[in-house]
Design a protein around this ligand. Structure first.
Ligand code: CO
Ligand code: ZN
Length: 325
């Protein structure tokens, strides 16, 4: 599973620019399902046909990043965020544009207090000597992702973009080993989640599923002096109760909990105080869709060094598979 995750995490896919990661996911699916299509907004929808319940499973394939907004006469690039980018996590990092051009993110040194650091007082240095020189490599509006190698240390994976390539890998594993079932299952790899669950909204409307399960990362409460939260990395996949975007449907929540208990899959209950996921958009679609979520505990979310447990991922695959067949 590590190799798959590495491949996914290292593919380019900043929100609104999901072409590369979508191609990688498409080739991983191959012809294991009945139909694979790309919709108007770019969501990848892979369908296992059947006469039973219509189930939608969603993981977002986009990642946070930055967007070039202005290039000064010396060739330094100003940028804005795509999704929730922390100025503190961004400082000193490298970003890579889709064409491979790499830059270092730094800040105006005259800043008196680091607490006042803002993305607007930071810039990307691609080693250009002038605006003209920079423009040969980067155009206004070009998106770049943060760099962060994908490595395994014991049971954990450290990487950029585990939000939500970890979820994408869970869906792909479930597709690879999908048992016989009557259900019609829609595996949806959504776009633009980080900008407000946009792809989930339009894909759910096309599918109108009987039930939906989102697979995404969630915060943990197991690092030094962090805010209290009853989820820990390595404690098993989490069954979402609520976040800022959704209160999960009691039937979906019960289904996930019952399956976990029956199969002795370790699991945790998740109440996330801030943030949302695709289930937030899906459950409000049309007349409403009973929705829930399986969350992968993840430390350092939205940093180039996100951390998830491989064991949690494997258990998430089991839990998802058993809940949709
Ligand atoms: Co995110
Ligand atoms: Zn996410």
């Amino acid at each position: 599973m590590f190799d798959l995750i590495k491949r996914l995490c290292q593919s380019f896919g900043v929100s609104g620019n999901e072409e590369d990661i979508r191609d990688v996911i498409k080739s991983e699916i191959g012809n294991k399902l009945n139909e694979v299509r790309v919709d108007a907004l770019g969501n990848l929808i892979a369908v296992k046909k059947g006469k039973g319940k219509k189930i939608m499973v969603a993981a977002h394939m986009d990642e946070i990043g930055v967007l070039a907004t202005f290039i000064d006469e010396k060739g330094f690039i100003r940028f804005s965020n795509i999704g929730g980018v922390s100025q503190f996590f961004a400082l000193g990092q490298r970003v890579k544009f889709r064409n491979g051009v790499t830059g270092a993110v730094f800040y105006e040194e005259k800043l008196d207090d680091m607490k006042n650091l803002k993305l607007s007082s930071m810039y990307i240095d691609i080693g250009a000597i002038s605006r003209e020189d920079a423009e040969k490599k980067v155009q206004i509006g070009d998106a770049a992702c943060f760099l962060g190698e994908t490595v395994q240390e014991g049971d954990v994976i450290i990487s950029k973009a585990l939000d939500d390539r970890a979820g994408c890998s869970v869906l792909l594993q479930a597709i690879k080993n999908l048992p016989e079932t009557e259900n019609e299952i829609y595996f949806v790899f959504t776009v633009q989640e980080e900008l407000g669950l946009r792809g989930a909204k339009t894909s759910a409307y096309q599918i109108l599923p009987d039930m939906a399960i989102a697979v995404d990362v969630t915060k943990t409460g197991d690092t030094p002096e962090c805010k209290p939260m009853a989820v820990k990395c390595g404690g098993g996949p989490a069954v979402k109760i609520k976040d800022n975007s959704v209160i999960c449907h009691p039937e979906v929540r019960r289904l996930l909990e019952d399956k976990a208990k029956q199969l002795n899959i370790p699991y945790q209950l998740e109440v996330l105080s801030a943030g949302g996921t695709d289930a937030g958009a899906i459950h409000l679609t049309a007349g409403g869709v009973p929705s829930g979520a399986i969350s992968i505990p993840c430390r350092n979310i939205h940093s180039p060094s996100e951390i998830v447990s491989l064991k949690d991922l494997e258990n998430a695959v089991k839990l998802l598979t058993e809940s949709i067949i």
